[in-house]
Design a protein around this ligand. Structure first.
Ligand code: ADP
Ligand code: ASP
Ligand code: MG
Length: 421
């Protein structure tokens, strides 16, 4: 008997018919003699619709109330799914995040899991039932309040439960057949990857491949959970995200895939005094404004002016508070001005084989240049090269690079559902 965690994303439970279809699959896994824990997201685009509603009544809603609102989405789908499974003659019980023992810190909107005590889930399994847990939510012991784990957080709930219960596998069911060499909505010729290391998947997720949420991949890596990403609309084998042990060799392609991200903006601080300690002061201001910055580029200062320009990228949602914080300290730091650019896109090429192969960057930049695409910023890790370009040519750039690195599959990738929102 195996213990299987199955997570179903919003597009897999978008309407009553989908919920029934998913219920049949879960009942089948249970009837085959497995213990089944299900994690479910809100139906379709419910979370986005609830966010729109919140914006319509308040420009700056409180984090506590926003979490209260958003967690209602998963509550609807978990109860409906439990009903649908029971309708098939299999006992099923649904649990909110707090009932399932998902304890988090108190950071509304992006809480971190600090403890998982799934006693009620374990008891439901012992009683022969399927346990259904609302994804994306937890609670904080200190405040007693409900929290959410950040967009896409149901993936993290699933992995955390799989780790806490010692599950054999954590299956993430979505609207495509697995992890592809690029987003199949952007590159229809993208190829499905059979196996990817968590190290490579972390880079892809960090670079915007929303098929798996970065914190879920991090958690799986730390706790040794094997993730299987697959479609709830087909029976095809998906992609295994594996954690190779120290010294174990896995066959690593030079390039694993390409990811793109349109959710970031660029800020340039112009005319920064080129003296020791300025960058430290600038980025302390940025950090205190609560921003997660990504790429940083400082131009070489020309000796006669004694000033430099520093550019960095950050999530759009954090730009305003950083701009305000910088402006407030302009005289004090002594820079000239701040420029803001909300029309950038980031593209990342990821592959563990880059470590041992030369010429990858040259090929990457040549492909972009042949297509007449200008590179505005560059950053690299051991297994990733990222560039910033204009936002409106990002999808075109991804297709060009995908082709240049011969990543195309034999057939067109299938997108079974979802709105891509
Ligand atoms: P769910 O609702 O199941 O959580 P998401 O919308 O969060 O689904 O994630 C699935 C989507 O991720 C796919 O429909 C696809 O458009 C997108 N995606 C982005 N990059 C990739 C990739 N490399 N491989 C597969 N899907 C990707
Ligand atoms: N419903 C949440 C979201 O849309 C969590 C998730 O689906 O993973 O972000
Ligand atoms: Mg998701």
């Amino acid at each position: 008997m195996a213990l299987i965690v199955q997570k179903f994303g919003g597009s897999s439970v978008a309407d009553a018919a989908s919920i029934t279809r998913v219920a049949e699959r879960i009942a089948e896994t249970h009837r085959a003699g497995n213990e089944v824990v299900v994690v479910v997201s809100a139906m379709g685009d419910t979370t986005d619709e609830l966010l729109d509603l919140a914006q319509a009544v308040s420009e700056n809603p409180s984090g506590r109330e926003l979490d209260m609102l958003l967690t209602s989405g998963e509550r609807i789908s978990m109860a409906l799914l439990a009903m649908a499974i029971r309708n098939l003659g299999v006992e099923a019980r649904s649990y909110t995040g707090s009932q399932a023992g998902m304890v988090t810190d108190e950071k509304h909107g992006s809480a971190r899991i600090v403890e998982v005590s799934p006693n009620r889930v374990r008891a439901a399994l012992d009683a022969g039932a399927v346990a259904i847990v609302a994804g994306f939510q937890g609670f904080n012991r200190g405040t007693g309040d409900i929290t959410t784990l950040g967009r896409g957080g149901s993936d993290t709930t699933a992995v955390a439960l799989a780790a806490a219960l010692g599950a054999d596998v954590c299956e993430i069911y979505t609207d495509v057949d697995g992890i592809f060499t690029a987003d199949p909505r952007v590159v229809p010729s993208a190829r499905k990857i059979d196996r990817v290391t968590s190290e490579e998947m972390l880079e892809l997720a960090a670079a915007g491949a929303k098929v798996l949420y970065i914190r879920a991949v991090e958690y799986a890596r730390r706790h040794g959970v094997t993730i299987h990403v697959r479609s709830s609309f087909s029976r095809n084998e998906g992609t295994l995200v594996v954690n190779p042990k120290e010294g174990e060799t896995v066959e690593e392609p030079i390039i694993t895939g390409i990811a793109a991200d349109l959710s970031e903006d660029k800020i340039t601080v112009v005319g920064v005094p080129d003296v020791p300690g300025t960058a430290a002061r600038l980025f302390t201001i940025v950090a205190n404004a609560g921003a997660n910055i990504d790429m940083i580029v400082q131009n070489t200062s020309t000796s006669d002016t004694g000033v430099a320009d520093i550019s960095f990228t950050l999530p759009t949602s954090q730009a305003k508070s950083v701009l305000d914080a910088l402006e407030a300290r302009r005289a004090d730091i002594g820079f000239e001005s701040v420029q803001y650019d909300d029309q950038i896109g980031k593209i990342a090429l990821v592959g563990a084989g880059m470590r041992t192969n030369t010429g990858v960057s040259a090929k990457f930049f040549t492909a972009l240049s042949d297509a007449g695409i200008n590179i505005e910023m560059i950053s690299t890790s051991e297994i990733r090269i990222s560039v910033v370009t204009r936002a409106d040519i990002v999808n075109e750039a991804v297709r060009v690079i995908h082709h240049a690195f011969d990543l195309d599959g034999e057939s067109e990738a299938v997108v079974y559902g979802g709105t891509g929102r």
